[in-house]
Write a protein that binds this ligand. Sequence first.
Ligand code: FE2
Ligand code: FE2
Length: 171
Amino acid sequence: MAKRGNSIIKGIEINDIIAVLNKAYADEWLAYYQYFIEAKVIKGIMKDAAIAELQQHATDELRHANMVADRILQLGGTPLLHPKEWFTHTNCGYEEPKNFDVVSILEDSIKGEQCAISIYSNLAEMTRDKDIVTYDIVSEILADEVEHEEDLQALHDDISDFVTDLKKNLN
Ligand SMILES: [Fe+2]
Ligand SMILES: [Fe+2]
């Protein structure tokens, strides 16, 4: 535990920060696996573009899990040790892919990113002016999640437009 580092935290309980970070940590692992498996099972038009995006997001979520775990350790906490705890701690849950169609997979993922944006935005509010280091980390992750939502939405819209045009030309 970083003693001097933790002494600069003011107006917020360190244990409360650890608790919310562990919830975010659970979310990141579930998001990682969701992207990992989506990239495997996805089907349909323009799926190669979607696979590249999903794989990139999986890599980013794992990097986020790493950043959050390191911060929990710095604060003197322990990151969740068992995967079963991901489900008891998660904020955003896990969206099991049921329909493997590219548009449906992208819609599931957009929902996940919107949840992540709300969570990290709350964490930034909670730590602002109180725990600068956690604030910086959650702000950096928040920026990534905003970019993720945008990338998925753009791809979703491109594919939807393409399918609409295709149908028009067939009629
Ligand atoms: Fe993330
Ligand atoms: Fe994300």
